[in-house]
Write a protein that binds this ligand. Structure first.
Ligand code: GRF
Length: 195
């Protein structure tokens, strides 16, 4: 199962995937390419260190360019990717493209809700828990069907940073788990389709 990962930032979620999948040739999934909209994304450096091919998009809104970069990957993971995915690419990867978001969607999601703004909004809401969500990507930010969530407590003395740290640890556990189960589902579907 070949997986393409899109990332705009430091790439700790990508690193969690790299570590979880390991280099075993028998692993049910392997990362075939890491794609970014930013040439200086730390995620690209992590990919290079792991020997994974990388691509920097000239125009993230260009569906043809993005599809060419995804290549023959059967699954796409958005791991801290801040651009909207062009509709033609979403359609091509319906139920085969996931995003991870640092809150319990459908709350605290949508345009502009990323990074510490998410955690500040959670603290301001007086919510007693937060967490990570993996969802299928559709044409809107953070709106596709939810695949899985992992909850964490919000503590009374939390700051945006302490909450972010706790949620990020949950993300690093959730994303590899979801990826492996999705890879097995798609593998089974592919076998069924081939008859
Ligand atoms: C994570 O909080 C993820 O939920 C959000 O962007 C952040 C990416 O962090 N989509 P990293 O680049 O994986 O460290």
């Amino acid at each position: 199962m070949r997986v393409a990962v899109l990332a705009s930032g430091g790439g700790t979620n990508l690193q969690a995937l790299i570590d979880a999948l390991g280099a075993a040739p028998t692993a049910p999934a392997r990362i075939s390419r890491v794609i970014s909209n930013r040439p200086d994304a730390g995620a690209l450096e992590r990919a290079r260190r792991a020997g994974i091919p990388t691509t920097v998009l000239r125009d993230p809104q260009n569906p043809a360019e993005l599809l060419a970069a995804i290549g023959d990957a059967q699954l796409v993971v958005l791991a801290g990717y801040l651009k909207l995915v062009p509709g033609a690419v979403v359609a091509r990867f319906r139920q085969r493209m996931v995003n991870i978001h640092p809150a319990l969607l459908p709350d605290f999601g949508g345009p502009g809700m990323y990074g510490r703004r998410v955690h500040e909004a959670v603290l301001a809401s007086r919510a007693t828990e937060s967490g990570a969500t993996v969802h299928y990507v559709d044409e809107h930010y953070d709106r596709g069907p939810i695949v899985a969530q992992r909850r964490v407590p919000v503590r009374p003395d939390d700051t945006a940073d302490t909450l972010a740290q706790r949620v990020l640890a949950a993300e690093h556990a959730l994303l590899p788990e979801v990826l492996l189960s999705l890879a097995q589902r798609i593998q089974r579907e592919t076998i069924d389709e081939s008859g």
